[in-house]
Design a protein around this ligand. Sequence first.
Ligand SMILES: Cc1cc2nc3c(=O)[nH]c(=O)nc-3n(C[C@H](O)[C@H](O)[C@H](O)COP(=O)(O)OP(=O)(O)OC[C@H]3O[C@@H](n4cnc5c(N)ncnc54)[C@H](O)[C@@H]3O)c2cc1C
Length: 507
Amino acid sequence: MAQSRLPPQATCDVAVVGAGIAGLTAAALLARQGLSVELLEGHLQSGGCAGTFRRGAYTFDVGATQVAGLEPGGIHSRLFRHLGLPAPAATPLDPGCVVDLGDGEPPIRLWRDPGRWQQERQQHFPGSDPFWNLCDWLHQASWGFAGRDPVLPPRNLWDLGQLIGSLRPGNLASGLLVGASVADLLQLSGCADNQRLRRFLDLQLRLYSQEPADRTAALYGATVLAMAQEPQGLWHLEGSMQALSSALEQGLTAAGGSLRLRHRVSRLRPEQVSGWNIQGQGPGGRPFQLGCRDLICTAPPQALPALLGEALPAGYQRRLQGFSDPSGALVLYAAVARSALPAGCPAHLQLDGTEPGSLFVSISREGDGRAPAGEATVIASVFTPARPWFDGDEPTYQARKQEALAEIQAGLGQLLGLRPEHYRHSELATPRGFAHWTGRPFGFVGGLGQRPSRFGPFGLASRTPLPGFWLCGDGIHPGEGTAGVSLSALMVCRQLLAGRGLNLALA
Ligand SMILES: Cc1cc2nc3c(=O)[nH]c(=O)nc-3n(C[C@H](O)[C@H](O)[C@H](O)COP(=O)(O)OP(=O)(O)OC[C@H]3O[C@@H](n4cnc5c(N)ncnc54)[C@H](O)[C@@H]3O)c2cc1C
């Protein structure tokens, strides 16, 4: 993979800032269309929040551990088919997750088979069928709509045409609920009094939308609640999460595009006539400049004021300032002997009711490339308010970090019976680490959240008020997750190419 420095006075058709899944997808698609593409990445590897790192014999997935969209017709499958590459090897997750509400009742298993999942939820949430049937109807309508590659929110006539062309009668009916929350669906279906169901929904939705049921858009919530079941389903990548980025890198270079690692962008300036000038630091801190006609930025929207400076229109800046802070993440990366784990331990678990918050836990499988034989990696994450991690002096920060590590280990003790002596490796990442490694201001993760007021037509558009300046990634529709950011990348590529009279259609 190309890691060379940019030549002086370099220019290209399209520059993409950030080689996470969004940037890799956008760059590979545009290079495949014959455009000259430069993908600039500040880190020394691609992947961003879906990357990996090594510690001795162990390989840890930095953030994302489950992948959606690898089923036939799913976004990752469509992309690899279009790029003429095999999708990375993956095994289906069944159950997709095991959810322990911490209430002494048996945990809830998100089975892959829809019939089995229906039986499971009838057992745990008696009388809740009307709610699930309503979700299912919304999901069917939204899923078909998403597969027709709509543009949301529309910002010109072409966008509007794409949006209208993706609508079907079912969307017009489900669209009546565009301003509703998942809690409204509970009311509508007469299930609002089911406290255990509500607790389960709050826990699951916080994982995918950063918000509980009363603040998650109904149309978004209905879809993420169906992600673990066929015909969709969740997948575990063989080797590591990096397999997804590596495959996309391959697609980019095979099509003639370049990935420039260790190229951190510090300034984006519109040129006087047309196009953009990009400035930053390359390997060894040497300054670089790049000229391009179009520029796609995948850094979170909170990074735009610093990157654009006075080029940022005042109204747009106010819009950005109006978004509340997303969460940060605390992530424990640990390794244990497999014998220390309960027999038949599932790959993904969720535990409610612990300090410093509810835990999402991913455990490697024997032979999946992450740990030596007889050992397992255990990754446990929890959301945390990000900014407070940047306050205070170093000793205070280290003390808080130790406290959080001990709390997460206590949660793992409750969930898996792990004791301190079981850990062969253990380290904690805080929002400071995410900010450093992914360039995300304050280590914010997860996009803008999926409140009804920010979802779909009410979200931040990929087409910005600045000509030739585009956005994609987890702050843009349809939101976070590797599948979500790939869809946002496809959307922005279609818009950009349409502006050049070119058409991009995936099978
Ligand atoms: C703890 C955690 C768990 C998660 N679990 C899952 C999961 O199980 N499944 C799932 O699908 N998703 C999961 N996600 C979400 C998923 O990882 C992200 O939504 C997705 O990977 C974001 O991709 P992105 O390309 O938009 O952004 P990023 O991954 O943040 O990539 C942006 C890239 O841009 C680079 N960059 C930023 N600024 C600059 C700059 N100025 N110059 C050059 N480069 C720059 C960064 O280094 C980074 O590589 C999880 C996230 C976290 C944090």
